[in-house]
Design a protein around this ligand. Structure first.
Ligand code: 13P
Ligand code: SF4
Length: 331
């Protein structure tokens, strides 16, 4: 007999003290089952404020980990523990190597204030927390870098070179990618680690030009993980929530092409909304979670044998939490 996953998920959600959380990039059928949705910052804030002892997080690894770090008393399960490809580009040893390269370039570690994009492992957040730094997301990166600069230090921004450079450009700051030719740590205000999101690298200036030629007057809205040249050619840049708000508030006749993950476009008004690419920009890890996975995870709580529980060791929680809390304190 086949299982009606939707009905079973609804039943389990009613009977168990559990909150189902989903990022906007999740498959539609999974997203529709969620109690809490949002961009990374909203998800962190809402999960912290939520009362249920169990969280089932449909997203990528760093998101579930962040809930465990800010609310260690919660039991956090992930239907798929899929790691964001960008978060996988940096670990504690790459982080150390980057600091050493900067030191060789004439800037000491005491003169650096590290900021990590939330798309990073808890161990990297802990390194940053230990050095007095903080976390940012795509929706608050400008505000967090402004705050970081109040220390009078240079910003070490990890792991997304695009977000780091885009924010620096918006703020009129000098930035460069550590280790790249011509990057002089003494000259730059924001020193970026060389990480990136392969999904957002799919969008090009040629795509922007194509849409502008095809539909004169079209608006171009992109995520700040896109290449700085694409961001400079766009009309609007914002986090996933900010993109949804921007597009849904446009005049219904205004055409818009959106540069971010494919599933997000389904959260937007369908008419006159295009994907800024000739290929399908899907995040493979976000798309791993299925309705069946969500059902099995909820069922595992009912059966007393929780699947895919997120664990973070005490010392990592302590320092990573400092970095996350410093961000959450900033309005
Ligand atoms: P948001 O914080 O904008 O939701 O972004 C998360 C992400 O992984 C984008 O690729
Ligand atoms: Fe990570 Fe890119 Fe997927 Fe976002 S879209 S979760 S940054 S790989």
């Amino acid at each position: 007999m086949s299982i009606d996953y939707r009905a079973e998920i609804e039943r389990l959600k009613k009977e168990l003290p559990v909150t189902v959380v989903a990022h906007y990039y999740q498959r539609d059928e999974v997203f529709e089952m969620a109690d809490i949705t949002g961009d990374s910052l909203e998800l962190a804030r809402k999960c912290k404020a939520d009362d249920n002892p169990w969280v089932v997080f449909c997203g990528v690894g760093f998101m579930g980990q962040s809930v465990k770090v800010i609310a260690p008393e919660k039991r956090v399960l992930m239907p798929k523990v899929a790691c964001c490809a960008m978060a996988r580009m940096i670990d504690s040893s790459y982080y150390e190597e980057t600091v050493e390269t900067i030191e060789k370039g004439g800037v000491s570690r005491e003169d650096l204030l590290p900021i990590t994009y939330i798309n990073s492992d808890a161990t990297v957040k802990a390194k940053v927390g230990k050095m007095g730094g903080l976390v940012c997301t795509s929706s608050n990166a400008v505000r967090i870098i402004e705050k970081g600069l109040e220390s009078g230090k240079k910003i070490l921004f990890v792991p997304d070179r695009c977000l780091g450079q885009n924010v620096a450009n918006m703020m009129g700051l000098k930035s460069c990618v550590v280790g790249e030719e011509g990057c002089d740590p003494k000259e730059a205000d924001v020193l970026c680690f060389n990480g990136f999101c392969s999904v957002h690298q799919l969008f090009t200036v040629d795509d922007v030009n194509f849409y502008r030629r095809k539909y004169p007057g079209i608006k171009i809205a992109v995520h700040p993980e896109c290449d700085p040249k694409v961001v400079q050619a766009a009309d609007f840049v914002g986090s996933t929530s900010q993109l949804i708000k921007y597009v849904n508030e446009l005049d219904p006749e205004q055409k818009v092409a959106v540069g971010t993950e494919y599933n997000l476009v389904h959260r937007m008004r369908p008419k006159n909304t295009y994907v800024l690419s000739s290929t399908k920009p899907e995040c493979p890890t976000m798309n791993e979670t299925t309705l069946e996975d969500l059902y099995r995870t909820l069922k595992s709580i009912e059966e007393g044998q929780p699947l895919n529980e997120i664990h973070v060791d005490g010392e990592t929680v302590h320092y990573a939490r400092l970095a996350l809390e410093r961000m959450l304190e900033i309005k």
